[in-house]
Design a binder for this molecule. Sequence first.
Ligand code: NAI
Length: 254
Amino acid sequence: MVGRLQDKIVLITGGASGIGLATARAALREGAKVVITDRNVKGGEAAIAELGDGAEFLAQDVTREERWVEVIGHIVEKYGRLDGLVNNAGCGSLHNIEDETLEGWRFVHAVNVESTFLGCKYAIKAMKQTGGGSIVNVSSVAGLSGAADLAAYCSAKGAVRLLTKSVAMWCAQQKYEIRCNSIHPSFLYTPMVQQMIDIAPDPEKMRRRLERTAPLGRMGKPEDAANMVLFLLSDESPFVTEAEFAVDGGTTAQ
Ligand code: NAI
């Protein structure tokens, strides 16, 4: 059976956990060869043990430019091409504008935005040599509307949203056949969200609050985002670029 991503070479950052791992599973199921990267080496190795044939793990801190050059260089050398990049690695920071520190602000922007800038920059370099590709940037609902206690995160994910559009326009103008889109999840039950629940003064209250955020009245699953990414990486979306896709149970419609 031919899969929806048959023989495509796909790089997924933050692939040891949550949305990245669910996307790796889905891409493999659809016939892709998948390289996952993560700064969590133990988690990455455990993920590879589960994913099996067709998947490879590379340690990567996505904030480091020289590591991006090495990771993409390795992929091009080993597989001959890069067809898909999912800039998924990210981190949150539960602080409002008054209590966020400059250090925290810079860290959140490095992990969420600078990484996406670097990923797009070096992926384009590889993809344009082999006829194009698809880049999916994982933003957030917090990149579409404000949240009082997520000052740095809203800023960073908002930047990811507009960086995506600039990248898409540039690639279209240059006729690279590289599409670039963003997805905007909220709240999908992953280790990151579990951590938000755990550190809350009243975890049960926090869990109920997160569940009530979406009109659907529950949290989504990492697979919900993975299915959207699958569509955007596949040849089912050749005319889709510069677009933003909420995976949020209706949250942004309110
Ligand atoms: P997660 O915490 O389960 O996975 C994130 C992965 O990124 C982890 O494996 C972590 O080790 C890795 N990572 C973090 N910093 C890194 C770095 N500097 N270099 C390399 N890897 C790094 O979180 P989840 O929920 O799967 O999040 C994935 C993406 O989705 C993030 O960008 C997050 O901001 C975004 N997101 C998630 C939502 C949700 O409801 N789960 C909602 C909105 C956005």
